[in-house]
Ligand binder design. Structure first.
Ligand SMILES: Cc1cc2nc3c(=O)[nH]c(=O)nc-3n(C[C@H](O)[C@H](O)[C@H](O)COP(=O)(O)OP(=O)(O)OC[C@H]3O[C@@H](n4cnc5c(N)ncnc54)[C@H](O)[C@@H]3O)c2cc1C
Length: 141
């Protein structure tokens, strides 16, 4: 059915993949620290996110907070109105059972008032503004 692949031979069919992940709502703080031992951080897909960007974002946050812990400054969490913050909020505050991995999607963002068809545009604009403000605050600390 795909142009150019009319004569392709399929050696092996693809298959659904399975993620290995922890129960973050029970085990993690918003900073991605392990509740029972805050010197331990979880990063990437194992936190219960799915995808390249999502895993990288959770690695970035864990890295920032590991640095801050080592430097004796408080951990930071991005606002829930940003993609990174919305994901962290989901993995830490959703129901622990049954907990399933999540991709980033607009359903994770807090709603905006009105907007109609432009609702997502408003959510994206708010996210960029809040991320900019958050970055400035974090860099000052
Ligand atoms: C078939 C498939 C297709 C995918 N397609 C997409 C896609 O199109 N787009 C997308 O966004 N995402 C896709 N994903 C998901 C994406 O690949 C993952 O979400 C992402 O790579 C996870 O990154 P990570 O660094 O958190 O974990 P991983 O990439 O899984 O890295 C974990 C690393 O830890 C190592 N490790 C494990 N245990 C130990 C140990 N005990 N000691 C030392 N090292 C250890 C592993 O070998 C591995 O290198 C796909 C995944 C699969 C399986």
């Amino acid at each position: 059915m795909i142009p150019g692949l009319e004569r392709a031979e399929f050696i092996r069919w693809g298959s659904v993949h399975r993620n290995t992940f922890i129960n973050s709502p029970r085990l993690l703080l918003d900073s991605l620290q392990f509740r029972r031992n805050p010197r331990l951080f979880f990063a990437g897909q194992v936190t219960g996110v799915e995808g390249y960007m999502e895993s990288t974002a959770m690695g970035l946050l864990a890295g920032i907070n590991a640095y801050r812990l080592a430097s004796g400054i408080p951990a930071v969490v991005p606002p829930p109105t940003t993609a990174m913050g919305a994901l962290v909020h989901y993995i830490v505050h959703t129901q622990a059972a049954p907990f399933q991995p999540m991709n980033i999607n607009f359903g994770l963002f807090p709603p905006v008032r009105g907007g109609g068809r432009k609702r997502r545009q408003l959510q994206a604009t708010r996210a960029l503004e809040d991320l900019k403000r958050w970055k400035e605050e974090v860099l000052q600390q």
